[in-house]
Design a protein around this ligand. Sequence first.
Ligand code: GLN
Length: 308
Amino acid sequence: TPVPDYLLEIRDLCSTGADGRLADYIPELAAVDPDRFAVAACTMDGVVYTAGDADAEFTIQSMSKPFAYALALRDRGIEAVLEKVAVEPSGDAFNQISLERDSGRPRNPMINIGAITTHTLVGPVGASEEERDEALATGLSSFAGRRLEVDTVVMNSELRTAFRNRAMANLVRAGGIIEDDPDEIVRGYTRQCAYRVTVRDLAVMAVTLATGGVNPVTRERVVSAAVARQVLAIMATCGMYDAAGDWMSTVGIPAKSGVSGGIFGALPGQVGLGVFSPRLDEHGHSVEGVRTFERLSRDLELHLMNTT
Ligand code: GLN
């Protein structure tokens, strides 16, 4: 079957259910059309295939975390980032207070408390809030190969209810892990989560990690191969939070989800994948997105641990 036909088949097979529910702790996310579905794949040479509502935009949410982590690693170096954020799976939900007992470091950069800390490390030392925002805008856009824009309605909606994230920013501030103003950091982190993307963007961003840091559409080197490897490793172990083990055994693709209903996966040296469908399971992962990845992994033999 040619790829476009196959993706249409996947859409029909995987977009049939009405299980799961919309994220409602961010009021604006509860207002989206729950029946949207889109899937995209980008090859190592930058060819993108899509099916479904491929032009539908949604906010990047937690799928921004691996890219912000990549930019922090690029800007500060791996050692300096490891001093602030550990790399162990937490086994807890994305919004839990998961800190290492002795060091006080957040357990990993994929959960909120680790991502809030990582956000402070993007851009040069001493960057202002505006400079950090701009470093993120430029960096995320380089991964996508087009200028991404912030959905200010979603951003402001989340900021009005970001009580947990504010508490966590204050905790890492109190523990001496960050030195920045917690309110400023939550504002910047919430903005980081509100960039609008499509599944096409996700597939290109994903493949830019899978190639080892070069965007195959624009041919820009965005991060080094060492940074891309570190990010893929942390996605594999921590990207799906407290479902990471389940995901790695059944799907076997380094991936990251977001509460807007997107999931992207990056298979090293092979392909970038993006899926969007807003209804979520109890972990905050898209129900149909998980189903789609399971199917893609099986049909195309994408599991990282396949031995043949
Ligand atoms: N902006 C969201 C939050 O911080 C992102 C969470 C997610 O997508 N899992 O709560």
